[in-house]
Design a protein around this ligand. Structure first.
Ligand code: ADP
Length: 541
């Protein structure tokens, strides 16, 4: 029997219509040099309609790709609203990638228009001659357009282009399975790959974000998206915020710890999200210069493993509760969120909170061994996590990578265990696991312990070739300002926490752990530095 229910497509336009009317008084704050500028969702909706009109005028039709090369700001949000709702595809370009990668990605996606912040024009101008499909560049705010000397694109001012356009449009009726937006993976372990989100996947994912098993976002929230809008769609925050009328706080280019702390203490967001390295930097700043963080009911940390020591430090010293979450560009990105079951004491909650969290109903997970067999979800068996669900990608855009897909499941490349009640613990990315004499060492576990040492600001552990064991861990350590610690002391510290054979012999003290374009530890660079001999390594016997 077919259902009797109406078949109404789940679309971004539905979220936009609702958010800009029912929640029209919701606020978007963008950080500027002179404090925050503010707009309501109703105003943003009107400007989004004008942007859509302007883009139509430039010839955007069908599923043309409209790229953004922007910070997190109000105009970027307007593009988030306008482009999918007019039936085109929003493509958020990562402003921090090497030019070669941006060029590859923009050409691969066949971007037709690029919306760019004036402050980023110098970067884009250098690449533009190589962008073979871009017809138009639309510049937001002041920017030196004389920098654009080559290429085929016409250059326009955003404000001039939208002036006089109607402030309301009939958004296009879409097939909910059509692409609404696309993002490329940041390439932490390989080349960038394109994921095209559908209207339906964005809608369902936004609902998940607002559930308690997600981020529990509601109209009572003011959500600070530190995570870039080009990193897996700012983890879904913009659409989810609009769906429920949570206000959005956008830091633009003011991402250093000091302005971020000021933005938080002045504008008092209730919720924030970013990768661990952002919070590590903010913690050091707050420890030196305390400021009021108490408006934050919850901070979601994901993108790489969150060191438990970071969670404890924020909670104990600054009254901020960190919630750990796991996800991938390929999963929209929300996978698991470490909300503990209700009714537990702080001590009982802790093992749940430091795990990667609970997979929601929309994301089914399974563990698979190296030979492809299923492993039990008993909390101890360790294998590769495979996932499936309506907001998990089934392929990459114009890129056959059959290795990443297995009988309709996405192979995450992440290794770990699942409990019978659905909590995920990851030990490593499969490419980062250290294989020492036939045994596996979790680089993440060693890092988490090291970052729990009071003298350690950051630590990253990578496997390096070893004649006897095949591979052994190399620990690279950034010492906290004003502290001192030796390799021998850290070795003794670790020896009390992990099995003796897992303790690294090789140690390097470095000024900073190299980071990827989205702020993750860049282990590729560390391995390369070690191979080239550019790290000063102490070898303990
Ligand atoms: P890239 O693969 O280029 O880094 P993504 O941001 O999509 O781009 O990365 C997804 C990957 O990040 C996951 O497969 C996982 O390895 C890692 N990751 C994300 N969140 C966590 C987490 N909470 N703990 C451990 N690893 C995480």
């Amino acid at each position: 029997m077919r259902s009797t229910m109406q078949d109404v497509p789940l679309s971004v336009a539905t979220i936009v219509r609702h958010g800009t009317t029912v929640h029209g008084s919701g606020e978007v704050l963008t950080c500027t040099e002179e404090g925050a500028r503010s707009a309501t969702y109703a105003e943003v909706g009107r400007r989004a309609a004008q942007l859509a009109g302007a883009l139509r005028g430039l010839g955007v039709q069908g599923d043309d790709r409209v790229a953004t090369f922007m910070w997190n700001n109000q105009e970027h949000l307007e593009a988030y609203l306008a482009v999918p709702s007019m039936g085109a595809v929003l493509h958020t370009l990562n402003i921090r990638l090497f030019p070669d990668q941006v060029i590859y990605i923009a050409n691969h996606a066949e971007d037709k228009v690029v919306l760019v912040d004036g402050s980023l024009l110098p970067l884009l101008a250098k690449m533009l001659p190589e962008l073979s499909t871009v017809d138009h560049v639309v510049v937001n705010g002041p920017g030196d357009t004389s920098l654009i000397t080559g290429g085929r694109a016409q250059v326009h001012s955003w404000q001039e282009l939208i002036a006089g356009q109607p402030e309301a449009v009939d958004w296009v009726e879409v097939d909910e399975r059509d692409a609404a937006a696309m993002c490329y993976t940041s390439g932490t372990t390989g080349g960038p790959k394109g994921v095209a989100y559908s209207h339906r996947s964005i809608y369902l994912h936004s609902m998940q974000i607002c559930m308690r098993e997600g981020f529990g976002l509601s109209s009572a929230d003011r959500a600070l998206a530190v995570v870039p809008m080009f990193h897996a769609m700012a983890w879904g925050l913009p659409y989810a915020a609009l769906m429920v009328g949570a206000s959005l706080h956008l830091p633009d280019r003011f991402l250093a710890p000091e302005p971020l702390a000021r933005f938080i203490s002045e504008e008092r967001p209730t919720f924030a999200a970013a990768v661990p390295t952002v919070w590590t930097g903010l913690l050091a700043h707050l420890d030196a210069t305390p400021s009021d963080m108490t408006s934050l009911r919850e901070v979601v940390v994901g993108g790489s493993a969150c060191p438990p020591a970071l969670m404890q430090a924020f909670e104990q010293r600054h009254g901020v509760r960190i919630t750990h979450a796991w996800g991938m560009t390929e999963t929209s990105p929300l996978g698991s969120v470490a909300q503990p079951p209700p009714g537990l004491s702080a001590e009982q909650e802790w093992p749940y909170r430091v795990s990667q969290g609970l997979l929601p109903a929309g994301v089914t997970g399974r563990l698979v061994g190296p030979d492809g067999t299923r492993l039990p979800h008993d909390g101890t068996s360790v294998g590769e996590l495979e996932v499936r669900g309506p907001w998990v990608t089934a392929s990459y855009y114009r890129d056959d990578d059959p290795e990443k897909f297995h009988d309709g499941w996405l192979r995450t490349g992440d290794v770990g265990s699942l409990t019978p009640d659905g909590y995920l613990t990851l030990t490593d990315r499969s490419k980062d696991v250290i294989k020492s004499g036939g045994e596996w060492i979790s680089s993440v576990e060693l890092e988490n312990h090291l970052m729990g040492h009071p003298a350690v600001a950051e630590a990253s552990v990578v496997g390096v070739p070893d004649d006897k064991w095949g591979e052994r861990p190399l620990a690279t350590v950034v010492v906290r300002e004003g502290a001192t610690v030796s390799a021998e002391e850290l070795r003794a510290f670790l020896a009390g926490l992990v099995a003796g054979w897992q303790v690294p012999e090789r140690w390097a003290f470095i000024a900073e752990v190299p980071k990827t374009s989205v702020g993750k530890f860049d282990k590729k660079v560390l391995r390369k530095q070690y191979a080239e001999g550019s790290l000063e390594v102490t070898r303990l016997s």
